[in-house]
Write a protein that binds this ligand. Structure first.
Ligand code: FPP
Length: 241
């Protein structure tokens, strides 16, 4: 049973759909990749600001299973940005007590990127000021399919009975195993969709859709959204106490 969260409590786990990089760039007559580069600056600023705002877990949607449909130049540019971010920021993340995790299907990613991801996960494991989870080649349905396959394999091997498949078993098969569910999901750029992000985990989350594009989203605006959340009351299907 979950505890009711009383007004005044800030979110412990915030997940963000970082949307609007392309539109931000287009409005300025810049290539889309310039928007993604500015988006990486916003990532840095929001990660730095999170612990001060009482956030213990921050999860960012960086690349979806659908994003491969974009032009090769943009996909390659984004992958290059991820590699650069992991190389440039790993020392700062580690020094600041940030544990870094990745969710999503990795085999389709290039080997250099996968090595950087694995290396950073290993070096930061157990750090506990902030857990930063980055979703790369992530889709909520894809994650559920992989979890279901894992459970089916274990049932076929006789390791668990079909009746052993419960919510805890499914949660333990997801990429997010061990992470608490998000309390708040923020999406920038004015779109009100969840786009296949944390489908299972965000069942009881609050949602905040903000109009700013990701490159113009500031730590100050982030703090406002967090404060607004803290004033709401979550009941998880129960009635007011
Ligand atoms: C959505 O904007 C954004 C993305 C698909 C990429 C997010 C990537 C970053 C913020 C870059 C850096 C990330 C890390 C973790 C270092 P969009 O391109 O869909 O914008 P649009 O809807 O306006 O076209």
């Amino acid at each position: 049973m979950r505890d009711e969260v009383k007004p005044g409590g800030g979110p412990s786990h915030v997940a963000v759909i970082m949307d609007g990089n392309g539109r931000w760039a287009a409005r300025r007559g810049l290539p889309r990749l310039a928007g993604h580069r500015r988006g990486a600056d916003t990532v840095r600023a929001i990660v730095r600001a999170s612990p001060e705002l009482g956030i213990r877990y921050l999860t960012l949607f960086a690349f979806s299973t659908e994003n491969w449909k974009r032009p090769a130049e943009e996909v390659n540019g984004l992958m290059g940005l991820f590699r650069r971010y992991l190389r440039k920021d790993s020392a700062e993340l580690e020094a600041n007590g940030v544990e870094v995790r990745f969710i999503g299907e990795r085999t389709r990613l290039n080997a250099t990127l996968r090595d950087l991801m694995q290396g950073l996960e290993g070096r930061t494991r157990g750090l506990d000021r902030l857990t930063l989870t980055v979703a790369i080649n992530y889709g909520g349905r894809d994650e559920l399919v992989r979890a279901a396959r894992g459970l089916a394999t274990r049932i076929a091997a006789g390791e668990i009975a079909p009746e052993g498949v419960d919510e805890a078993a499914i949660a333990a098969g997801l990429d997010t195993r061990g992470l608490p569910d998000p309390d708040l999901v923020i999406r920038t750029s004015g779109e009100s969709r969840i786009s296949n992000f944390l489908l299972w985990q965000a069942a009881y989350a609050e949602y905040a859709f903000v109009t700013e594009c990701w490159p113009e989203f500031t730590p100050e605006r982030f703090a406002e959204v967090i404060a607004h959340y803290a004033a709401r009351e979550r009941r998880f299907g129960a009635v007011r106490a």
